[in-house]
Ligand binder design. Structure first.
Ligand code: ADP
Ligand code: MG
Length: 224
């Protein structure tokens, strides 16, 4: 399921003029590929990730995942596409505080009442084993460290086997050693699932663990 981004543009209307944030982004990624995106604050990294994740719409251009352009679908179609094809990891973990670790990982599956409960729970347990949290299944997020919470968020992002995993500053709140471990985990699991990973980071150390690094510059993605 390849990702093809063609001449992607996004402008925001401001009082004086149009603010052109994305000015023709091109990107092609194949299953199993992982890429880090760097660039100064305000350069449009989150704008790009939000559009790739269908949380926002482009002004023009196309995004195709497995040859499907989600922006040609209606709202229901876009929501289903997002749920089934895309996983998100944000800087803030966004775990539900009242749910335990296992329940948090299962949240994206709740909109699929027909899924076999035992089967999907086994997938969640397996993922939690892979992120090293098998012994924490019944813990609440508040009982975990920052790095552990991000591991739960990663397992949750992967539970429905997305084709595209988007991570916006996933290690921004973590110290360097933990950040590196979380980055390596993201890369390893993405490859195991033959997904595509796009991770935005400020850290050149983290970016160096990725085989390919790009940067946002003048509204374009260029080699870093
Ligand atoms: P980054 O993630 O690289 O820090 P963003 O994508 O968040 O950058 O923002 C890029 C630019 O777009 C910034 O100048 C920001 O102020 C502007 N911007 C982002 N969202 C909006 C919006 N909804 N309306 C107007 N301007 C926005
Ligand atoms: Mg940002």
């Amino acid at each position: 399921m390849s990702l093809e981004v063609r001449d992607l543009r996004k402008s925001y209307p401001t009082r004086a003029e149009q603010l052109e944030v994305l000015r023709g982004v091109e990107l092609t990624l194949q299953p199993g590929e992982t890429v880090a995106i760097m660039g100064p604050s305000g350069s449009g990294k989150s704008t790009l990730l939000n559009i790739l994740g269908t949380l926002d719409k482009p002004t023009s251009g196309s995004v195709k995942l497995n040859k499907v352009d989600p922006f040609t679908l209606d709202e229901t179609g876009i929501a289903a596409f997002r749920n089934q094809r895309i996983g998100f990891v944000f800087q803030e973990h966004h775990l539900l505080p009242q749910c335990n670790v296992l329940e948090n990982v299962l949240i994206p599956t709740l909109v699929h009442p027909n899924l076999d409960k035992a089967q999907i729970e086994a997938v969640a347990r397996k993922l939690l084993e892979e992120v090293g949290l098998s012994h924490r299944l019944s813990h609440q997020p508040a009982e975990l460290s920052g790095g552990e919470r991000q591991r739960v968020a990663i397992a949750r992002a992967l539970i429905l086997k997305p084709a595209l995993l988007l991570a916006d500053e996933p290690t921004g709140n973590l110290d360097q050693k933990i950040a590196r471990e979380v980055g390596e985990l993201l890369i390893r699991l993405t490859r195991e699932q033959s997904a595509i990973l796009i991770a935005v980071t400020h850290s050149s150390e983290l970016a160096a663990t990725f085989p390919r690094t790009l940067k946002m510059e003048e509204g374009l993605l260029v080699p870093a």
